[in-house]
Write a protein that binds this ligand. Structure first.
Ligand SMILES: [Zn+2]
Length: 395
């Protein structure tokens, strides 16, 4: 248990309560031997990393608007000696970021694309993490109802996880180029809000007919991943987002949904999930059958699917991938964390540990090397996966 000194006693009591003694289960359905459970406490300072991330996600938009989020990014930057690149407001429009601008233009605090970059000598590859930072999601003019809007302060969970993971990863030492790209906007309602039927040109150059202003995460992320490819020349792009309510239907409350153009990375994500505790499970990746859901008569595509009962979480991810292009030669990984980002009323900090484990192969930290599924060449992901499956069947 990792906690502050003042919480040790209460945490120990909570652990004790989790082991009830009474049972009348028959011997065949329980293990009869006496069990000893050892609980180790690691006492930390009050300014630990996980607290930082959950604070951002738990904060209401009145205290965590795009200004505040940029302050958080700048604070991490100054701690690491990095000055963020920030493109904001009308400059987004001028430079062609029609996705981020279109989603955030009706809000009091303007939208922004912010980037923290770590570029060490001797780097062999360039990695970009792109986070959805919708600081509040009303749904826009396709407005959410009174029961579905509360909690939408958490729609920045992807960007928050990437900020936390970037800080922790760079602090441990990281050998490759790593960029953290934050797509920040408040999806608000006002006279300048995007209307259903409006058409936006995104940073990819592709045009999008908006048929649902509540499908905004994919619009900001499409701009973010294309920036990572075009301007940062990333070989590996991972986007992380609280993207779809359907993610919970697809993979549940505990597993994030992963979609990727690389089988090797799909396996690696599942393994990194198990070694970090931030569990993941793959979604169907099949652009040739699913992308037609976005067909538009007047633009290159719509932003929301025709049939919501046809692999909705996969389709939402495909929208983002389509702006990179399905023939893009790099590795693209999409992680939908809509459900595991919270447990009840509280943020979980989901994603930080997953990213650190998944990309641990380039870390200076030996423990992260060890847990990284892409680390040691002898550790072929496929073999390991097969062994994992067999072991599970036997238990
Ligand atoms: Zn939305």
């Amino acid at each position: 248990v990792v906690c502050e000194r003042s919480d040790v006693f209460a945490s120990a009591c909570a652990v004790a309560r989790a082991f009830p003694l009474f049972t009348r289960r028959s011997a065949s359905s329980r293990r009869t031997e006496k069990k000893h459970v050892t609980v180790e406490f690691v006492v930390v300072d009050s300014d630990g990393v996980p607290v930082h991330i959950t604070r951002i996600v738990d904060s209401p938009c009145s205290e965590m608007n795009t200004n505040h989020f940029l302050d958080e990014i700048k604070a991490v930057g100054s701690e690491l000696g990095i000055t963020p690149v920030i493109i904001r407001g009308e400059e987004l429009k001028q430079r062609g970021f029609g996705g981020i601008y279109g989603v955030g233009k009706a809000a009091e605090h303007p939208p922004a694309l912010a980037v923290l970059s770590h570029t060490p000598d001797g780097a062999t590859q360039t990695i970009a993490w792109v986070g959805k930072g919708i600081v509040y999601d009303t749904g826009g003019l396709s407005i959410k109802g009174k029961t579905t809007m509360p909690g939408m302060k958490r729609d920045c969970g992807g960007a928050a996880a990437i900020l936390g993971a970037f800080k922790a990863t760079i602090k441990q030492g990281f050998k490759d180029n790593l960029h953290a790209v934050f797509c920040l906007a408040e999806n608000s309602v006002g006279p300048t809000a995007t209307r259903p039927d409006d058409i936006h040109a995104l940073y990819s150059g592709k045009t999008v007919e908006i048929n649902n202003t509540d499908a905004e995460g994919r619009l900001v992320l499409a701009d973010g991943v294309v920036y990572a490819s075009k301007d940062l020349s990333a070989d590996i792009i991972l986007d992380m987002a609280t993207l779809t309510g359907a993610q919970g239907i697809s993979t549940g409350k505990y597993h994030a949904a992963v979609m990727t153009n690389s089988e090797q990375w799909e396996v690696a994500c599942v393994r990194a999930g198990r070694s970090s505790g931030d569990l993941t499970h793959p979604l169907v990746y099949c652009p040739e059958l699913h992308f037609s859901e976005f067909t538009s008569a007047v633009a290159d595509m719509k932003n929301s699917v025709a049939d919501r009962e046809n692999a909705q979480s996969s389709c939402a991810g495909l929208f983002i991938g389509s702006h990179l292009g399905f023939d893009w030669p790099g590795v693209w990984v999409h992680v939908d964390i809509a459900s595991p980002v919270h447990a009840g009323e509280r943020a979980t900090g989901f994603g930080v540990a997953l990213l650190m484990a998944l990309f641990g192969q380039a870390s200076d930290d030996s423990m992260l090397n060890q847990v990284s599924p892409l680390g040691a060449p002898a550790n072929k992901p496929e073999d390991q996966m097969e062994r994992d499956c067999k072991r599970r069947r036997l238990v």
